[in-house]
Design a protein around this ligand. Structure first.
Ligand SMILES: [Zn+2]
Length: 389
């Protein structure tokens, strides 16, 4: 099968549903939902798939806001597209409304082309909730979400279009220090100040940054700092995210953080509790050949992709997917200058004309990568060899 023929057939199919896809992405943008509560988005996306001849079902693996639909006309390999659709407290500031819609659009276009051109294999569209804080894919993976699937892809918005540069593993800790309250002016000598421990922990982390490789990141917020200035805080809390693209360093950083917590607690005479804030995610292992297929299809649609791009510093539960089977998480550009995700600017870009147009290109590129994987045995072998490397 001619690859240009597949590409142009996919492009035509996406064009046919372009208006509906844009409306769907805007609808989800207007109804932001946090992790595990994406009922509106999951229902809209599932319904859209059903309306376009893909029998998707909600409640996949008993996760109420997950879904799955399979399409197959001839036996062969199995390729999955992952959809995300959860939001952040201010709204769709990470553009997951575009991710979910691009994936669903790609699945519909790929399914039609598979039927028309009689391509082998099975295409799976999988709705994966709770990326932002719930580690949804990690939990789904533990329940066998990728069993029988040969490769998986998704595309995420960014300020510019680029291949998957990898990501950092992440561990998230809630730390609470426990002291003794007392009148801060009348009887300070009777108090044990838990807030001091929090502040010393921030200082310890800041100094530690000098001795960390660039592969690591550590950042936190104070979640509770006391009740009133004239009461020595008996309890104070903070939350820290530890990240590294190097799994060995992830362990070291985690160990060092643990020592810092112990050290400041001892210095202040506090006790402490340290609990995971959310599930751990692994670093992403991008597949070079899936990356290339996506970028080829984006370039064919006029996207300018930089040759040099820095290693990714964000984290995603797709990391665990990419370590279970071959996977890639490339990006589509939704701004004309550098903006960071999780910002109000990014939230606006996630409903802009440029954002929606780029989402359609990503749908084409994902569908193309899927069809290439299902139809081209040599490509499949390259993808698998790269994963085994
Ligand atoms: Zn995101």
């Amino acid at each position: 099968m001619d690859k240009d023929k597949i590409f142009s057939a996919i492009k035509s199919e996406v064009e046919l549903i372009a208006g509906e896809l844009k409306a769907l992405a805007l609808d989800i943008w207007e109804h932001p939902e946090l992790a595990w509560k994406e009922f509106y988005a999951a229902e809209k996306l599932t319904k859209f798939l059903q309306d376009h001849a893909i029998a998707a079902q909600a409640n996949y693996l008993d996760f109420p806001t997950a879904f799955r639909g399979d399409v197959s006309f001839k036996p062969g390999a199995t390729f999955a597209l992952a959809a995300e659709y959860d939001a952040l407290p201010p709204g769709h500031a990470c553009g997951h409304n575009l991710i979910g819609t691009a994936a669903v659009g790609a699945a519909i276009a790929a399914a039609r082309v598979m039927k028309k051109l009689e391509l082998p294999g099975t295409l799976v569209i999988m709705g994966t909730p709770a990326e932002e804080s719930g580690g949804g894919k990690v939990k789904m993976l533990q329940k066998g979400a990728l069993n029988g699937i040969d490769a998986v892809m998704m595309a995420h918005p960014s300020w510019r279009t680029q291949p998957d540069p990898g990501s950092t593993a992440i561990r998230r800790w809630n730390v609470t220090f426990h002291g003794v309250s007392s009148h801060a002016a009348a009887a300070p000598e009777l108090g044990v100040n838990a807030l001091d421990a929090v502040m010393m922990l921030f200082n310890a982390v800041s100094f530690q940054r000098q001795q960390m490789p660039d592969a690591c990141r550590i950042h936190g917020i104070v979640t509770h700092g006391g009740k009133m200035p004239n009461i020595i805080p008996e309890s104070a809390s903070c939350c820290f995210y530890l990240r590294s693209s190097n799994e060995e360093w992830m362990e070291k950083l985690d160990g060092r953080f643990d020592n810092m917590v112990k050290g400041v607690a001892m210095a202040c005479g506090c006790t402490y509790t340290k609990e995971k804030f959310s599930i751990d995610c692994r670093s992403r292992k991008p597949n070079a050949f899936l990356n290339k297929a996506y970028c080829d299809a984006m370039r064919q649609q006029g996207e300018n992709i930089p040759v040099e791009y820095p290693e990714g510093r964000g984290s995603s539960d797709f990391g665990d997917f990419s370590r279970a089977i071959p996977g890639a998480h490339p990006y589509f550009g939704i701004a004309d200058h550098k903006i960071g995700a999780h910002s109000i600017e990014f939230q606006e870009a996630s409903r802009s004309e440029l954002g929606l147009a780029s989402m359609l290109k990503a749908a084409v590129a994902l569908a193309y990568s899927a069809c290439k994987f299902l139809n081209d045995e040599e490509f499949r072998n390259e993808v698998k060899a790269d994963f085994a490397r």
